[in-house]
Design a protein around this ligand. Structure first.
Ligand SMILES: C[S@@+](CC[C@H](N)C(=O)[O-])C[C@H]1O[C@@H](n2cnc3c(N)ncnc32)[C@H](O)[C@@H]1O
Length: 295
């Protein structure tokens, strides 16, 4: 049963942390001329209208993107992301963004992971997307169908990513960003990353997870601690001790297998700043630790 729609949550504090980390990894991949491949197992609909009724219903982006955008001085590495988001306007740009005539758009707009990656692809790079929700898939298809570098599948991201391993282009990233609609998602995510990494051990894998009161995040960290990747396994969490009840996040976490060189230092700087700038249910901090040290 797929009930989650990212339009209610786009641009929240978790997206700030996750998408900043995504951009750091993409920048690293672009440093070499050799093509790279990104597999986004839980893609969503591609981009979001923060002026929509959906976004207004939760107002989550006001505690995330709006605060970050309006803050006086972001770290330089985050500034690049903010400049990109500020210029992200599908309605103004039209073709190539899948804007539908007759739909009511308001803005501002926020790019989801498929467009953040798309806008960093070079001619020979590739993006593989999976999205299972019928309506989200249909919207995303409309938005990316003109780009021959992008391949979208209406397929389960957990079994799909393992089935695709290893991709033809052997440098790259797997982003797994589940909605955790059901508790089994935690085990499925851990199993899928482990099996995919065994078949593509040199890739970077980044899994997002929410920090709630249910303790499932601890199980995920334990599973990832058993992945003996030569580049190590890093855990980064932006969280507060307060809140977390009734399924509301008190924090956001990333597990990164084989993170790029200096990623920990860069994300550390960004995360410390986000902890002061975003609004979480209580005073927040950013913590990072290596679950598996790099060899
Ligand atoms: C958190 S959202 C993705 C947001 C997106 N990655 C971004 O950063 O903009 C999770 C998405 O996964 C989709 N989904 C849920 N279960 C899935 C599955 N087993 N395989 C593929 N997609 C799934 C949901 O429909 C939802 O659109």
């Amino acid at each position: 049963m797929l009930s989650y729609l990212h339009g209610f949550h786009a641009g929240n504090f978790a997206d700030m942390h996750k998408h900043a980390a995504l951009l750091l990894i993409l920048e690293h991949l672009r440093k070499k001329k050799k093509p790279f491949c990104v597999i986004d197992t839980h893609a969503g609909s591609g981009w979001y209208d923060l002026g929509s009724a959906q976004a207004a219903k939760t107002g989550e982006w006001k505690d995330g993107y709006a605060r970050v955008r309006d803050a006086a001085k972001a770290p330089e590495m985050l500034q690049q992301f903010l400049t990109y988001v500020a210029g992200f306007d599908p309605v103004a740009k039209g073709r190539g963004y899948g804007v539908r005539e007759g739909d009511d758009y308001h803005g501002p707009f926020y790019p989801g992971s498929p467009f953040i990656v798309r806008d960093m692809l070079r001619d020979d790079d590739e993006l593989i997307l999976m999205e299972l929700h019928p309506r989200e898939h249909e919207t995303l298809h409309h938005r990316v169908k003109r780009d021959s570098r992008i391949h979208l599948h209406k397929r389960d991201g957990y079994e799909g990513v393992v089935g695709m391993m290893p991709p033809a282009i052997r440098r790259g990233l797997v982003l797994m960003d589940p909605s955790y609609d059901v508790k089994q998602d935690y085990q499925k995510a851990a199993k899928a990353v482990r099996e995919a990494w065994e078949k593509w051990p040199t890739a970077t894998f980044m899994l997002w997870y929410p920090i709630l009161e249910d303790g499932f995040d601890a199980e995920l960290r334990a599973s990832f601690g058993a992945i003996r990747a030569s580049g190590g396994v890093l855990c980064a969490e932006l969280a507060t001790d307060q809140g977390g009840a009734k399924g509301r996040m008190r924090g956001t976490g990333l597990l990164v297998v084989n993170p790029p060189w200096q990623f920990d230092r860069q994300l550390g700087e960004i995360g410390d700043w986000l902890a002061k700038t975003c609004k979480l249910p209580g005073p927040a901090n950013h913590q990072m630790r290596w679950l598996v040290p790099a060899a």
